[in-house]
Design a binder for this molecule. Structure first.
Ligand code: NAD
Length: 489
């Protein structure tokens, strides 16, 4: 099947090479990496495949650029970010189409990600000029204390496929604002949005070597040596807990500073005093955003038994009516999953739950035909042992489980090794505070089904990782503290 001209045009506009030291290069090994359209399974384009030698060159470029970049006026660093934000905003439609082609979600959802992803550039353009140290008189009054905030140094960034732009800008923007240089490796499934971003940042005036982009078929082979390289000072990873654990081990060799944004298993709690219609709307957003392929996706719905039937039926009616199809088609709300493996995993989890007595109120099966589609699904009567209550589903499947009181709801919510986000629906203010305080998560959506916001500290606890992206906290990941003890002559 040939690619329509409008789609070919946005693909043609993206660089297909590696960005090293401000120049676009082919991979040193001459190999290429195929980027697929998950709605057809067909190759969209071939791009450069980086070798370890390319990785070394990229880290050399980042290292060479570090001193001058750290010394660059903060206002100018901020203005580069601001210009890039403006260009992304102006080209949002085209960038959204590009994202849909490589990742699958609807163009409307891609556009929301383009806006969200770009917002980190604007937010950190404003933070760049607010990185302040401190001055103090020691308690004994002798001498003075000066606390400096300096860029951490060359950073390594590894990002996932589910939010191809925003998972990059959440790291790149604060690093630029703080004066760090970087080597970025996007996921092999969705590198095009990152290449487009790099092109925009270059044209916005980012000096050569500050941002280097490597695309590769084998992430481990490329990034392993860079993580072990003493010139790197920081690793920030967004992806699965399993890979995060492995990268932590590698980073421990040279005690790299590390930020980890890992997997989730978000509980969505609906109490009997909640506004059920609002809870259903919040549930649709928390579950179906990004086709369920979000670390923040509500993984399991725990609902007070008195309102569970009403909630389940209303949720099934909303989710069951969502249009499934290629993300570029009008009215489509649910695109394909990223690949056949991901769809196979979702199907396996549903089969396991049904085998243990769950009932598919709506959906519950793979959609035939090309592309990796799965039916939007609501499961009732899900038994406690079902794997999808403890494993990350990463697909459009909503299991509903009843609870009898607040203690049981909290027990369910915290019964996981993950701790990224939880959602709570209640109109009782006392309960809202009690529950928010006892949830073992880095974030809570209280009477809302989405928490993502460039102005807020995004991140998890337990095995969802550590470090925060966004907010005033986001810059902390990219600055070191240096204390100068001064004797005044
Ligand atoms: P993944 O862990 O398979 O891959 C993430 C990135 O790591 C990709 O770029 C991949 O190429 C790279 N990678 C894989 N193995 C590597 C290795 N050995 N060495 C170096 N790099 C390696 O995750 P994914 O499937 O791309 O993304 C989905 C996961 O990401 C989910 O678990 C999701 O919850 C998580 N996620 C978390 C957040 C968050 O902010 N907490 C945000 C988005 C996604």
């Amino acid at each position: 099947m040939s690619i329509p001209t409008s789609e070919q045009k946005v693909i043609d506009a993206v660089p297909k090479q590696l960005l090293i030291g401000g120049e676009w290069h082919d991979g040193g090994g001459g190999e290429t990496l195929a980027v697929e359209d998950p709605s057809t399974g067909e190759t969209l384009v071939e791009i450069a495949d980086a070798t370890p030698a390319d990785g070394d060159a990229a880290l050399s470029a980042a290292t060479e650029a570090q001193f001058a970049w750290g010394d660059h006026p903060p206002r100018e660093r901020g203005e580069i970010l601001r210009r890039a934000w403006q260009e992304i905003s102006d080209r949002a439609d085209e960038l959204a189409l590009l994202m849909t082609l490589e990742m699958g979600k609807s163009v409307a959802e891609s556009k929301a990600e383009v806006t969200y992803g770009a917002e980190f550039l604007r937010w950190f353009s404003e933070e760049a000029v607010r990185i302040a140290g401190r001055y103090a008189i020691p308690p004994n009054g002798q001498g003075r204390m000066l606390v400096m905030r300096q860029p951490v140094g060359p950073c390594l960034f590894i990002t996932p496929w589910n939010f191809p732009l925003a998972m990059g800008t959440r790291k790149i923007a604060p690093a630029i604002a703080a004066g760090c240089t970087m080597v970025v490796k996007p996921a092999q499934q969705t590198p095009l949005s990152m290449l487009a971003l790099a092109d925009i940042l270059q044209r916005a005036g980012l000096p050569d070597g500050v941002l280097n982009i490597l695309t590769a078929k084998s992430s481990g082979k490329l990034m392993g040596p860079l993580i072990a390289d003493r010139r790197a000072r920081k690793l920030s990873f967004t992806g699965s807990t399993e890979v995060g654990r492995e990268l932590m081990k590698q980073a421990s060799e040279q005690l790299l500073r590390v930020s980890m944004e890992l997997g989730g298993n978000a509980p969505f709690l609906v109490f009997d005093d909640a506004d059920i219609d609002a809870a259903v709307e919040g549930a649709v957003l928390a579950k179906m955003r990004n086709v369920g392929e979000a670390c923040t996706a509500a993984n399991r719905f725990h609902v007070a038994t008195g309102v569970a039937e009403e909630f389940t039926q209303k949720l099934a009616a909303r989710i069951g009516a969502m249009k499934v199809g290629r993300g570029t088609e009008d009215g489509v709300e649910v695109g394909p999953l990223i690949d056949n493996d991901q769809r196979g995993k979702v199907d396996e989890l549903v089969t396991d739950a049904v085998g243990r007595g769950a009932e598919a109120v709506v959906g519950g099966a793979v959609v035939d035909g090309p592309g990796y589609f799965y039916e939007p699904t609501v499961l009732a009567n899900v038994s406690a042992e079902s794997r999808l209550l403890s494993e990350e589903i990463f697909g459009p499947v909503a299991p509903v489980v009843g609870f009898s009181d607040e203690e049981e709801a909290l027990d369910w919510a915290n019964r996981t090794e993950y701790g990224l986000v939880a959602y709570v629906y209640t109109r009782d203010l006392g309960r809202a505070f009690r529950v928010c305080e006892r949830l073992e998560t880095g974030m809570v959506g209280l009477n809302q089904g989405m928490v993502s916001n460039a102005a807020a500290p995004f991140g998890g606890v337990k095995q969802s990782g550590f470090g925060r992206e966004g907010g005033v906290e986001g810059i902390e990941e990219y600055v070191e503290t240096k204390y100068v003890a001064m004797t005044l002559p």
